[in-house]
Design a protein around this ligand. Structure first.
Ligand code: PGA
Length: 258
């Protein structure tokens, strides 16, 4: 069941990856609650490692800042060592789950079919999936960016209707830009976002492209965020490294407010 989610919202999500103990994570969450008191209309989500979800959730309570998981398994429960289900994330207070991050696709063998199952499971369990897509440097240099994005969007969204699609968030994350300091230009991001919107529209029906929030991710920082957000196609950001420091994440969120 897709959860209610506003049409194409502005969203900045911090992906803390495998950083911070529960105590460290709660400390940063408390700092962010203070810093982000006067944020504009941007929605904000924090995705800490699983062991820190409870502590961060407690620190965020009442702040309006959302909590998210960095991954979710498609089964509701069972013999899946090392995995976490959507209902477990919801029980920890999560609103979001990242699915198909490139570090899982390329580092841990996650396939388009697995991403599709995770997307559906997240929605079934009441989460908003943040679905990551993006090409490698080889694919971009080989002129295959569009082909890769179309394949990944098809793989994840085939069978979903427009309402189901717009209850997700897509994150366009070119693999060559993640953690490298090499950010996509607003033009590169726009082109990719248009490809993603057009594909969503074709796969899921009228309105799917226009109504789905598409974030950019890959070396977003306090200095480049405003330029990226000035691009009409970019609805927000999925932020790794720069989300690990209160002041830099705060500046990115401030730049996202409309
Ligand atoms: P980065 O990571 O901001 O450190 O490049 C982004 C991501 O992996 O989501």
């Amino acid at each position: 069941m897709a959860t209610a989610w506003p049409r194409r919202p502005r969203l900045v999500a911090g992906n803390w990856k495998m950083h911070k103990t529960p105590a460290e994570a709660a400390g940063l969450a408390r700092e962010l609650v203070e810093l982000l008191r006067a944020r504009g209309d941007a929605q904000v989500a924090i995705c800490p490692p699983f062991p820190a979800l409870d502590a961060v959730g407690a620190a965020l309570r009442g702040s309006g800042i959302h909590l998210g998981g960095q991954n979710v398994h498609w089964e509701p429960q069972g013999a899946y060592t090392g995995e976490v289900s959507g209902s477990m994330l919801v029980a920890c207070g999560c609103r979001f789950a990242i699915v198909g991050h490139s570090e899982r696709r390329h580092g841990l063998g996650e396939t388009d079919a697995m991403v599709a199952k995770k997307l559906r499971a997240a929605q079934r369990d009441g989460l908003v999936p943040i679905v990551c897509v993006g090409e490698t440097l080889d694919e971009r240099d080989g002129g295959r960016t569009t082909e890769v994005l179309v394949r990944q969007v098809h793989g994840a969204y085939d069978g979903l209707d427009a309402a189901g699609a717009s209850a997700t968030v897509v994150a366009y994350e070119p693999v060559w830009a993640i953690g490298t300091g090499r950010v996509a230009t607003p033009e590169q991001a726009r082109e990719a976002h248009v490809t993603i919107r057009t594909t969503l529209e074709r796969v899921c029906g009228v309105g799917a492209g226009a109504n789905t929030a598409i974030l950019y991710g890959g070396s977003v920082n306090a200095e480049n965020a405003a330029t990226l957000f000035a691009e009409e196609e970019i609805d927000g950001a999925l932020v790794g490294g720069a989300s690990l420091q209160g002041p830099s994440f705060w500046k990115i969120v401030a730049a996202a407010g409309r």
